[in-house]
Design a protein around this ligand. Sequence first.
Ligand SMILES: [Cu+2]
Length: 433
Amino acid sequence: MVTRRSVIGMGAAVASAAVGKAALAALPEIVTTSSAATRAPLQPPNGRPYVPVATLNGWTLPWRMRNGVKEFHLVAEPVEREIAPGMRAHLWGYNGQSPGPTLEVVEGDRVRIFVTNRLPEPTSIHWHGQRLPNGMDGVSGLNQPAIKPGQTFVYEFRAQRSGTFMYHPHADETTQMAMGMMGSWVTHPSDPRLMPVDRDYVLLLNAYDISPGSYTPKVSTMLDFNLWTFNSRAYPGIDPIVAGLGERVRIRVGNLTMTNHPVHLHGHEFEVVGTDGGWIPPSARWPEVTADVAVGQMRAIEFTAHAPGDWAFHCHKSHHTMNAMGHSLPNTLGVEQGDLSGKLARLVPQLASAEQTMPGMRMPTDLPENTLPMMTGEGPHGDIEMGGMFTVVKIRAGIARGDYRDPGWYQPPQGSVAYRWEGEERPSPPRDP
Ligand SMILES: [Cu+2]
C-alpha cells in the first residue's frame, strides 16, 4: 500500500503542488500510505546496520541518504484512519496516516527532516526527548516561526543518544494532538550488541472523542475521551504482538494522551529497561507486570516470551478497554430487564430491530453509523468483551525470526484450560443477620 512516488535513494525529487519550485530540486520524495496494517520492519538499505522495530498498526518512513545525511520528508496533512473495522476517523497526521510513520536512525546519524504543512493552520514539530540545538526543538514562537500552510521547514541535528522518542506539533497543540498528530522515533545504539532483542515493537497511546455517527474528533475535549487507542487503533482493530517461544521481546510505549495508562502484561514479568530519558542500567531495574506510562512519557519494557499462549496486553484502567457509547450510563445491575427491550423499542424505534440489549452495560447489537461496540472481540471461547487499549501477545514455538503474521488462536494442551465444575453445588451459607 506504500506509494513510492519515486525510488528511495535515487535523489530525484518529484513535483508536488504544495511546495515552491526552488525547493523541489532538493526535497526528498514523499512516501505515503493509506493502510492501517502493521508493516514488516524496514531493513535498513544503507547506513549502519540495526535490528529494526515493528510499529504496531504502522510503518517506518524510508529515507534518502544524501552526502552521509539521512533525509526524511514528513507531510502534515488531513488523513483518514480506520480505527477498527466498521469505523473510520477523519484525523490529521503525517504521510497518509495517524500516527505518522516511525523514524528510525542510528546513534550518531546526521538527520535532516523536511516538514511540509498541508494543514489549514500553522504547525511545527517538537522532537520529544532529543538532544539538539535549541533552534531545532520545534516550539513555535519560542524556537522557530510556525510552519504556515503550504510551507516546508527543514530540521537538522545529530541523533546523539540511542533510545525511544516521540514527535508531535508544538503549535495549537490541544487541537493538533486531539486530531492525531504524533509519531514515534527510535534511535538504535551505534553498537548493535547493546540492548539486543529478538523483537522490538513500538506504539503510542492516543485518545479521541468522536461521537457515534460522526467522523471528526472533538478537539476541545480535555479529559473525557471516548476512544482509547494504540497507534490510533482500538481493539479489535489492533494487531497482535507476535513472538517466538523464548524470544526476548521489547515493547516501547509512549503516551501522548491527557491521562496516564498502566499497561499490563499477562503471564509474564517484565522489566522497564528504558524511558524517553535513556536506558536504565540493569542494576536499577525491577520486575513488574504493570508499568504506568504517564502523560508525555515513554516506557520500554522487556520480557522473555517463556510461555506459549494468547496473553492479554492492555491498559489496566477498565474504561480504557471500552469503546465509544459507554459513557454516562446508569447502573443496570440487578434491574429486572424482562420487558425493557419492548419499552426501549417504543422510545427508540431503531432499537426495535436490535436482537436485544445485552447484559450489564453492553450496547444494542444494532449500532449507529460509524462507531464501535463498547465491549467486543470474538475469541476462541466466546466474546472477549474488550475494546480500546487492548491487544493479544501471541507466543508460539516454531515462529521464525522476522515473521510477524498472526498465528491464529492458541491451541492449549489437553487439560490445561479452566473448566466447568460438573459435581454437586453447595447451598449458600446462612447470612449473619
Ligand atoms: Cu489507559
